[in-house]
Write a protein that binds this ligand. Structure first.
Ligand code: MEV
Length: 418
């Protein structure tokens, strides 16, 4: 996307006005705007995606503005039900924009496929035979998918030996598979299943698991940013660093801290129909990689007093394949993002995670998150009480003013009781 992502006052516009902005900037067709309005998924398509379908489940799709990543502007589509996330993300991206934006990068899209071998009578000898059969394993792996024809496929093999398990020693074969622009679960699992009989034959053992690892730590994405001292002020910066310090040593805080970053990352994963459960599993496992669960981000002050942040986590996400290709709104989300590779998407998502974490820490380090949350929460309570149209704002404003945001109060206000 060439145009600026700086969209001040987006929140004051109507949905139709926002749609018009996105349509014009991202060259959406009228059909695509219509798909955004209605959620994109037909019952028929839903019925082809999963089993036992009885209906559909809608989620809001919003746009986080102001993102500049590697000197390029991005509009960020986010599918999420939680109030304040999109606003917090846009606000943080604007703070970072003032200091030149994010830098981000991602490793090549290397997934790990695991093949578990048990009951090998001589583990050492079996591992030696596996190493010697490397070329045959590669050839079989690459014949099982089209990845190698697209510049990806099997890249290397690691042999792990785990002696201390409840069922005796085992060998775990790791196949490193470059999945190009796909998340790659299907290709990796297909390859693991195809190679398993050969592995059994070579080892004389029994293969049990043949599946990808969601700890995709060969596929890390990173982002970095700066916020100028004047943009936040010394007090807030000091508090952000204090909050960060707790997340570095305390798993109770680190879980919440990381959840804040994942609010943003998951919302983009959902918008692009990527496997957010896989992303979550990888992120949390990576956060605990040294045996203690820690923050995925870092925040510090530099010599000028500016706030410097970074994030690193596995991001196994794709722009082709699976539901990403099948879901019309995921296709629109990718068009809005304007990313052209899975690596670019991973870098953008890392920057979104860092921004989301900054947005949460900034609010926690100053006014707290409830102030911003409450106005939106009040609207949800008003809607739950049956408010529609103009009533939603009226009931929500009154409850916010009264600091009494309750379903019973919303119902009273709706039914005329002061
Ligand atoms: C809420 O969804 C996320 C936060 O709890 C994150 C954090 O505490 O850093 C606000």
């Amino acid at each position: 996307m060439g145009a600026s992502s700086r969209l001040s006052g987006l929140y004051r516009q109507s949905v139709a006005e926002r749609q018009a902005i996105i349509r014009d900037r991202c060259n959406l067709t009228e059909n695509q705007v219509d798909a955004l309005t209605h959620g994109g998924l037909s019952l028929d398509l839903a019925n082809r995606l999963v089993e036992n379908v009885v209906g559909m489940y809608g989620l809001p799709l919003g746009i986080a503005a102001n993102f500049q990543i590697n000197h390029r502007d991005y509009l960020i589509p986010m599918a999420i039900e939680e109030p304040s996330v999109i606003a917090g993300c846009s606000h943080a991206a604007n703070l970072v924009r003032g200091a030149g934006g994010f830098t981000a990068d991602a490793d090549p899209p290397m997934m790990i496929g695991q093949i578990q071998v048990v009951d090998a009578s001589d583990v050492d000898a079996a591992m030696e035979r596996l190493a010697a059969a490397r070329d045959d394993i590669f050839a079989l792996a690459n014949s099982a998918s089209t990845l190698s024809q697209r510049g990806g496929g099997m890249q290397s093999m690691e042999l792990r030996r785990i002696d201390e398990t409840r069922v005796g020693p085992m060998i775990v074969v790791h196949l490193m598979i470059d999945t190009r622009d796909a998340m790659g679960a299907n290709a990796v699992n297909t390859i693991c299943e195809a190679v398993a009989p050969l592995i059994e034959q070579i080892t004389g053992g029994r293969v049990v698991l043949r599946i990808l690892s969601n700890l995709a730590d060969k596929r890390l994405a990173r982002a970095r940013c700066r916020v100028q001292r004047d943009a936040l002020g010394d007090d807030i910066i000091r508090n952000v660093v204090a909050a960060q310090a707790l997340a570095e040593v305390d798993p109770y805080r680190a879980a919440t801290h990381n959840k804040g970053a994942l609010n943003g990352i998951d919302a983009v994963a959902l918008a692009t129909a990527n496997d957010w459960r896989g992303v979550e599993a990888g992120a949390h496992a990576y956060a605990a990689r040294d045996g203690r669960y820690r923050a995925l981000t870092t925040w510090d002050r530099d010599a000028n007093g500016d706030l410097i942040g970074s994030i690193e986590l596995p991001l196994a996400v794709g722009i082709v394949g699976g539901t990403t290709t099948a879901h019309p709104v995921a296709q629109i989300a990718l068009k809005i993002l304007g990313v052209t590779s899975a690596m670019e998407l991973a870098g953008v998502m890392a920057a979104v995670g860092l921004a989301q974490n900054l947005g949460a820490l900034r609010a926690l380090a100053s006014e707290g998150i409830q102030q911003g949350h409450m106005a939106l929460h009040a609207r949800q309570v008003a809607i739950a009480a049956g408010a529609t149209g103009e009533q939603v704002e009226r009931v929500a404003d009154t409850m916010t003013g009264e600091k009494n945001i309750r379903l019973s109060r919303a119902k009273e206000l709706l039914h005329g009781k002061k």
